[in-house]
Design a protein around this ligand. Structure first.
Ligand code: ADP
Ligand code: ADP
Ligand code: MG
Length: 485
């Protein structure tokens, strides 16, 4: 096992990795920016090293500084967390060349999965359902229009290099295709330096369902069940749950099996996530090609209802919900895999139990389109108790920096069933107190009483459509719901 690991990230995920290393008896070197000199992970790491000024491009994305630090401090491995360099194949390759283990998959696997269009083609070859759409990179908007005519509107034009919800545009009819194409291309070019686009049919009112995978270097692959990440705003997840209640047992088994096939198709190793869009349109049976076969099919089992969209080759923000229901420590497995060890679990020994929900706590103002609100936190009180888990790096007096993500922590609850998990989350959110910066805590609390959320009558557009109604919920109905629980 490694003796010392460099942590190339910040905030809650840096704390999460650090705690795991401590349990495993591994020393840590915290690489931090000048902005984060007083941060919690810097105080708790075995050693720490400043790698540059506040802007991520000069610090957390500074490959040379990170590598030099790892070499100077004699670290055997680097954990990249999520975001930043976690899906950067060039960085993984540089680590490999310098004899430092990148805790994640190989550079080749990151490249294979990171190019979304190439991944889509590969999955098609392995008969894994993908959203009906184009067969390669689209040369121009006319090519996009031709594919759209074939698969039918509405369609989604997507950047092959895309991530974080960027480089994507919808077109509802022929008149919109040129604009959608040009906008997506411009955004992809500026965000990723690569304007290659492909096209998928836009699945209407879908859910986002993903499967957590663990694969070691010795050919063992397991899944830790699925997560429902349908609650998104600005294409970013806000709340995640496991399991996904919308799936029937047969659909659940099928999606797990498909995710394992995806992992095997790319010869994956490390922790990873296979993402799907789930078509919940009642009454429509879909053919193998994803086209509508029978408009009046009421047998949910018969629908070919999920499609592969992409694979994320890193640990995800929402990994704790899978840990809660499976009792497997994903970061620990990730480190073990990188050290060449076998998975410490087998599929048959993994039992998925109860229901888990995660809420992302952001320094943002829901009333201002969820705009980030950096500042100084003057007071914090975290909830606690059975089945309540906090992942955060904030403390009274700390700064929420405008330079980085506005996510300042996560509350994860675990209970025997979904309703009890919702009740536990209500209690936890009611108790959570953060002063000094605007947060989305009250918004999340109100969401926990929303009837559609509670009954699962939601899709990926739900939050955007209902944010205002949730915020303006009058005291009366709030009390009524609260009284009922
Ligand atoms: P997850 O599925 O793990 O929740 P997110 O899409 O929320 O993934 O991304 C996790 C983190 O990575 C966020 O902080 C987000 O800002 C960042 N991120 C995601 N994609 C990119 C990208 N292409 N470039 C830079 N940062 C990204
Ligand atoms: P990113 O790499 O930015 O995460 P994804 O391909 O994972 O991009 O898509 C981001 C989100 O967009 C998904 O979570 C889903 O909600 C939505 N989405 C993606 N593809 C489709 C599609 N074909 N139809 C409907 N919604 C989609
Ligand atoms: Mg995605």
């Amino acid at each position: 096992m490694f003796k010392k690991i460099l942590i190339a990230n910040r905030g809650e995920i840096a704390m999460r990795i650090l705690r795991c290393c401590r349990e495993m008896g591994i020393d840590t070197v915290m690489a931090y920016s000048e902005e984060d000199a007083d941060s919690l992970p810097v105080q708790f790491a075995t050693e720490s090293v400043c790698i540059g000024p506040a802007p991520a491009g000069e610090s957390y994305l500074n490959q040379e500084a990170l590598l030099s630090a790892a070499i100077a401090f004699r670290c055997e491995a680097i954990h990249p967390g999520y975001g930043f360099l976690s899906e950067n194949a060039d960085f993984a390759e540089k680590c490999e060349k310098n004899g430092i283990v990148f805790i994640g998959p190989t550079a080749k696997m990151i490249r294979d999965a990171g190019n979304k269009q190439a991944a889509r083609s590969l999955m098609k070859k392995h008969s894994i359902p993908v959203v009906p759409g184009s067969d390669g990179i689209l040369e121009n908007w006319q090519a996009a229009a031709e594919v759209a005519r074939r698969v039918g509107y509405p369609v989604l034009i997507k950047a092959s290099a895309g991530g974080g919800g960027r480089g994507m545009r919808r077109a509802y009819d022929e008149n919109e295709i040129r604009r959608a194409f040009e906008e997506a291309q411009a955004e992809a070019q500026s965000a990723f330096g690569d304007g290659s686009l492909y096209l998928e049919k836009l699945i209407l009112n879908p859910r986002h369902i993903e499967v957590q995978i663990l694969a070691d270097r010795n050919g063992h692959v397991v899944h830790l069940g699925e997560r429902d990440c349908t609650m998104q705003r600005r294409n970013q997840k806000l709340l995640e749950e496991a399991p996904a209640k919308v799936l029937t047992p047969r659909q659940r088994e099928a999606i797990h099996k498909t995710a394992l096939r995806v992992a095997k198709a790319v010869h994956y190793e490390s922790a990873g996530t296979v993402e799907f869009v789930f078509d919940q349109k009642a009454g429509t049976e879909l053919g193998d090609d994803g086209s509508e076969k029978n408009k009046f099919c009421f047998d949910r089992e018969k629908k070919s209802s999920f499609y592969f969209i992409e694979m994320n080759t890193r640990v995800q923000v929402e990994h704790p919900v899978s840990e809660m229901i499976s009792d497997v420590d994903i970061i620990r497995e990730q480190i073990r895999i990188a050290a060449g060890l076998d998975l410490s679990v087998q599929q048959k020994s993994i039992q998925l139990k109860g229901h888990s929900i995660e809420c992302r706590i952001n320094a943002e103002n829901p009333a201002m389109h969820f705009a980030p609100c950096p500042g100084e936190i003057s007071f914090v009180h975290f909830p606690a108790g059975k089945g309540i888990r906090i992942e955060s790096a904030v403390y009274p007096g700390c700064k929420v920096s405008p330079y980085y993500d506005s996510m300042i922590g996560k509350i994860i609850v675990h209970a025997p069933n979904r309703l009890e998990a919702i009740r536990k989350m209500r209690g936890a959110l009611a108790e959570l107190t953060i002063e000094g910066v605007e947060t989305n805590v009250d918004f999340l609390y109100l969401l926990m009483f929303n009837t559609d959320y509670m009954t699962g009558n939601v899709d990926t557009g739900f939050l955007e459509k209902n944010a205002e109604a949730i915020m303006n919920w009058d005291q009366e109905s709030r009390k009524f719901s609260a009284g009922k629980s």
